[in-house]
Design a protein around this ligand. Structure first.
Ligand code: ZN
Length: 176
């Protein structure tokens, strides 16, 4: 027995995930763009924060961008109903369809409640992915290793070139 039949009016609970943008301060560098790394040798380094580096030219931004979903409940008219067997029904309306009636309601109030829940679930997922990005320590330590290696290599290159020119190059303290 289907919840709605062709010609019925229903309220469709949904949310728009991209309508409002909001920025939040980077949870890892607190907007300072830098992270302090203390090595086992007690040497302290400062590296660019990877958490708020969204790629591209600008590097670390000190803030994260997320989307605040906007719940909505709109009235639709069911124009088609397809019984797909085993309790699966497809409701057609205004050029699209839903494969179950979970987001369709008789009253607007019920639809709004559902839309709010869906939007809240979406927000929670966004929070979660923000949290996941916080746990990239392994990648960050790789950056330290990489930059130190490249620095040593460049200094060695500089020394070699300097030697060819007969210039004495003072060895940088960083290359122990
Ligand atoms: Zn950051």
């Amino acid at each position: 027995m289907s919840k709605f039949k062709i010609g019925d009016t229903a309220y469709y609970a949904n949310f728009n995930p991209l309508q409002e943008k909001w920025t939040t301060i980077c949870p890892e560098c607190l907007g300072t763009l830098k992270l302090r790394v203390i090595l086992a040798t007690e040497e302290e380094l400062s590296i660019d924060c990877e958490c708020c580096d969204h790629g591209g030219y600008y590097g670390s931004q000190g803030k994260m961008q997320t989307y605040e979903p906007t719940p909505n409940a709109r009235q639709i008219k069911i124009t088609g109903l397809e019984d797909r067997g085993e309790g699966n029904e497809r409701y057609y309306f205004g050029g699209s369809y839903l494969s179950d009636s979970e987001q369709l309601f008789v009253t607007e109030a019920e639809a709004i409640t559902c839309a709010n829940e869906l939007a809240a679930q979406y927000s929670a997922k966004q929070e979660e992915s923000l949290h996941r990005k916080k746990k990239q320590k392994k990648k960050w330590s790789w950056h330290v290793t990489y930059h130190r290696r490249e620095m040593k290599r460049s200094l060695a290159d500089a020394e070699r070139h300097a030697a060819k020119l007969g210039i004495a190059l003072e060895k940088a303290k960083a290359t122990k």
